[in-house]
Design a protein around this ligand. Structure first.
Ligand code: GRG
Ligand code: ZN
Length: 324
């Protein structure tokens, strides 16, 4: 079996911001804050946190502050959104720079997006999704301000998204999807309401995501994709069922999607690598206990030692089965 090419992946993350003259750099501006979080977290798991300049990163995050809304946009001059606001908070916490933020204003922005049904809109334009609910719950928890959330209303919405197969969708009545399972189970874990999960049914549904080639898909009849190594495994880790997955076959699938020339991991072997799949590939390997990687907290998708120091670890075991 091949191995994880850590130095090449670190280099590929360092190179990300360097091609600002390329069209793709501008086409992905709406994801820039998320991309910084993905790259930084991947570096942390590979134990190379300092491979990117700390102050430059903090300056970028603060340059994305939307003073009118009280949250962070994905790029300077973009409107604040919950996706980029969560990433900004995660980055600043990892870099120990949360003092750059007006926390009261951010909390107000987040809470203002909760709808009467309990779900959250991503921004003032109003698209709703359980993803945004997770971002709100995660961010409020990281900021130590969960006490200001209407927990019953929030949990009530998640419960209505639970399907007959034990999974969860993006909104009430929507099909179960592994990434939406992660956001709903993650939010319930943060809110200490895992009692709302049908653990046996959901665990079987999650285990069935593994295909004969070892990769995981996001729902029945779909193709395998490296990012589901995180979406599926994180939920299984919270439910203590990681050992229901064939770790050796999944490890080998993730490693086969590496770009062995330029670094980075793709969605599947032979495709172009990107920082999103690099993070979630490495994150999956960390949950599987791949040697040399730092532990990842499966709920917050941040370094486990940091979440532990913040007092937010709830005692889930995410390392039940180590590969050697
Ligand atoms: C802190 C890790 C972390 C996350 C923040 C934004 C967010 C919360 C979670 C995103 C969850 C999500 C819905 C991810 C999308 C994953 C994905 C590969 C979607 C593709 O869906 P389809 O239907 O692909 O295009 P399939 O694989 O079903 O063909
Ligand atoms: Zn993917």
């Amino acid at each position: 079996m091949s191995r994880l090419l850590v130095p090449l992946h670190v280099q590929s993350i360092q190179n990300l911001g360097k091609s600002q003259d390329e069209l793709v750099y501008h086409l992905t501006a709406h994801l820039r804050m998320n991309a910084v979080y993905w790259g930084l977290t991947a570096l942390c798991i590979m134990d190379h946190k300092d491979a990117l300049d700390r102050q430059e990163m903090i300056d970028f995050v603060t340059s994305c502050w939307d003073d009118e809304a009280g949250g962070f946009g994905a790029h300077p001059d973009h409107d604040a959104h919950l996706l980029s606001t969560l990433s900004a908070i995660q980055i600043l916490i990892i870099q120990d720079a949360l003092d750059c933020v007006d926390v009261d204003r951010v909390v107000k922005f987040i809470l203002s997006l909760q709808q009467p049904s309990g779900v959250f809109a991503g921004d003032r334009f109003g698209e709703i999704d359980t993803r945004f609910l997770f971002c709100a719950v995660n961010a409020l928890s990281l900021l130590g301000r969960l006490s200001e959330l209407d927990v019953e209303k929030t949990v009530g919405y998640i419960v209505q998204c639970r399907n007959f197969d034990g999974g969860f969708g993006s909104s009430i009545g929507a099909e179960s999807h592994a990434a939406q399972v992660f956001v709903c189970v993650g939010a319930l874990a943060i809110l200490d309401r895992l009692d709302e999960v049908d653990v046996p049914t959901l665990s079987w549904w999650l285990a069935e995501r593994q295909l004969p080639n070892g990769g995981l898909n996001g729902r029945p009849e779909k193709l395998e994709d490296v990012c589901y190594s995180f979406w599926v495994l994180s939920a299984m880790s919270i439910l203590n069922k990681v050992h229901w997955i064939d770790a050796e076959k999944l490890t080998s699938f993730i490693l086969s999607a590496q770009d062995t020339d330029n670094g980075g991991i793709a969605d599947r072997p032979g495709d172009m690598p990107d920082v999103f799949h690099t993070l979630f590939g490495v994150a999956g390997l960390s949950i599987l206990g791949y040697p040399g990687l730092k532990d990842l907290d499966p709920v917050y998708c941040m370094p486990a030692d940091l979440i532990e120091r913040m007092g937010l670890r709830k005692g889930w075991k995410n390392l039940e089965r180590r590969t050697s």
